[in-house]
Design a protein around this ligand. Structure first.
Ligand SMILES: [Zn+2]
Length: 261
């Protein structure tokens, strides 16, 4: 009975075999980066412990483009990563963000979804760092373990420093309901095209992680738009429906989204 339940669970879970680095990666680094990619994928699967919105193989390619990106093609999910060389923490950070899109639904995005993916990438760095320090899957990963969490903190602090002192204080002093109020008043700035979109998204990601997060609650949430992904499966930037926001309101209200709080 127990074995059967485990087998059933695994069928719907993200499987490491389904994620591969293609030959756009230099041979010298491809093997270790594939090992790290498997670790990141394991951590994301553990966080969401739920089915993928799309059951397609995931190809990860290296790109000279300006930013990482995830696109759904006919027979694969295609992730491009811009980290080069052996910047493992940056690789995990970018891949964690893009796998956030894969779990939320890569066919849709918007400012809220981007904030959630930043939160996923931060969580991935924390968890991969912990796992690599305690029981590294590979010796090299154990040696590198200490670098993952500082990368997360540095990214967060670099963004926080761009906000006025009083907003930095809300985070430092854990005044989360005031931070939610601030984010509610600035929610429109999270959308692409605003000069500080990435900064406000990051602030929202920090707010989300201020308490425990049941990540599984967010699986597939990005697909809840009008039209829905089943009505229009093309990639589109669309807001979440009020119903989707209401369903995840316990988490999204920390970011000043939905609810009355
Ligand atoms: Zn993104």
């Amino acid at each position: 009975m127990r074995l059967w339940a485990v087998a059933l669970m695994c069928a719907g879970l993200a499987s490491a075999d389904a994620l591969y680095l293609d030959d756009s990666w230099p041979e010298a680094t491809r093997a270790t980066l594939q090992e790290l990619a498997n670790e990141v994928w394991d951590v994301v699967a553990e966080m969401f412990h739920s089915s993928l919105p799309l059951d397609l193989p995931i190809r990860v390619r290296q790109s000279q483009a300006a930013v990482p990106m995830t696109r759904v093609l006919e027979d694969e999910i295609n992730i491009r990563i811009t980290a080069h060389g052996t910047y493992y923490a940056q690789f995990a950070f970018q891949l964690g963000h893009e796998l956030g899109h894969v779990m939320l639904d890569p066919r849709r995005t918007n400012g809220v979804v981007e904030a959630l993916c930043i939160a996923v990438s931060y969580e991935v760095l924390d968890r991969v760092g912990d796992k690599a320090a305690m029981s590294p899957a590979f010796p090299w990963l154990g040696d590198y373990a200490k670098n993952f969490q500082p990368y997360q903190r540095d990214d967060q602090n670099t963004v926080l420093k761009k906000f006025p002192r009083e907003i930095q204080d809300l985070v430092a002093q854990k005044r989360w309901s005031e931070l939610a109020d601030y984010l509610r008043a600035h929610a429109a700035e999270m959308e692409a095209g605003h000069a500080n979109d990435r900064e406000v998204q990051t602030l929202a990601a920090i707010a989300l992680r201020s308490g425990p997060v049941e990540w599984g609650e967010l699986a597939g949430i990005a697909g809840n738009t009008s039209p829905s992904v089943s009505e229009d499966p093309r990639f589109r930037v669309l807001p979440l429906t009020p119903e989707a926001i209401a369903r995840a309101s316990d988490l999204l209200c920390r970011m000043g989204i939905g609810g009355g709080n």
